[in-house]
Design a protein around this ligand. Structure first.
Ligand code: HBI
Ligand code: FE
Length: 285
């Protein structure tokens, strides 16, 4: 679903952030979310995520100014922050990423949406996605991903890249000497999933493999049944800058794996019990 562009949206779907228009209530929602998530991420997210927030002067004080973030981000990895009204068409999204412009949704969730909302809001995009753009390797991966998306679009293989994005940029885990850590924005911006993805026995935790990830369905409405674990951002960059066309052709026609599948070829960090999603399926019957 793509947001219909409200009046004043430019052809590339960007708008002005209009920081002065945020209400005290909206700043208060940012403060509540920031304080809660910053606490939860201690010891659960990669250290560079919290370090980057400090470097970007992103605090609980209030909603950051995109221009100020861009001033600090641009010299480090060449990325800029652009305001958008919400989800933008895939091609526009890839075009922005390929040109090192990260689209950040201007609106922030309401108090009723505090724990779950289906579309990315300002907190998801700023708190979840932007800090890692300060990491040079991850920042290069995101630009390479955008370029790959523009190529895949012409080839009709966007689904494969959508899954890659989902299982890395949104819901990725990374192996560190201190154990598994969160780097995916969809987890980092979510209270429940930040704890659940690492500590609950229910989900699988499986070593990242490009083919495997590109050919595995994901959940958009609930916690993931499987989290994929990388060993470095370098690996993501290296695999995404190769020519993916032969890989797409190999995968075309093979039915994707179910989200909860565990294959004999998988490097299994943790084989999940699946109890959480099984209980949900029973409750839905
Ligand atoms: N638009 N603003 C915005 N943010 C996203 O994360 C986003 C998007 N459009 C499409 C999209 N993500 C995904 O479908 C990508 O896989 C293309
Ligand atoms: Fe996102």
């Amino acid at each position: 679903m793509v947001a219909t562009a409200p009046p004043g949206t430019r052809p590339d779907y960007t708008i002005d952030q209009d920081w002065d228009a945020y209400t005290p209530e909206e700043h208060a929602i940012w403060r509540t979310l920031f304080r809660r998530q910053e606490e939860i991420l201690q010891g659960r997210a990669v250290p560079e995520l919290v370090e980057a927030m400090r470097a970007l002067e992103m605090t609980a004080e209030g909603i950051p100014r995109f221009e100020r973030l861009t001033e600090m981000l641009m010299p480090v990895t060449g990325w800029t922050i652009v305001a958008v009204p919400g989800l933008v068409p895939g091609e526009i999204f890839f075009e922005h990423l390929a040109n090192r412009r990260f689209p950040v949704t201007r609106w922030i969730r309401t108090p009723e949406q505090m724990d779950y909302l289906e579309e990315p809001d300002l907190f998801h995009d700023l708190f979840g996605h932007v800090p890692l753009l300060m990491n040079p390797v991850f920042a290069d991966y995101m630009a390479a991903y955008g370029a790959a998306g523009l190529k895949a679009k012409d080839l009709g293989f966007l689904d494969y890249l959508g899954r890659l994005y989902w299982y890395t940029v949104e819901f990725g885990l990374i192996d560190t000497p201190d154990g598994l850590r969160i780097y995916g924005a969809g987890i980092a911006s979510s209270k429940g999933e930040s704890i659940w993805c690492l500590e609950d026995p229910s989900p699988n935790r499986i070593g990242f493999d490009l083919r495997r990830v590109m050919n595995t369905h994901y959940r958009i409405d609930d916690y993931q049944e499987t989290y994929f674990v990388i060993d470095s951002y370098d690996r993501l960059f290296a695999e995404t800058t190769q020519d993916l066309t032969p890989l797409y052709r190999q995968l075309a026609g093979r039915p994707p794996y179910e989200p909860g599948a565990v294959l004999p070829t998988d490097r299994v960090y943790h084989r999940g019990t699946g109890a959480y999603h099984a209980a949900k399926r029973r409750a839905a019957e």
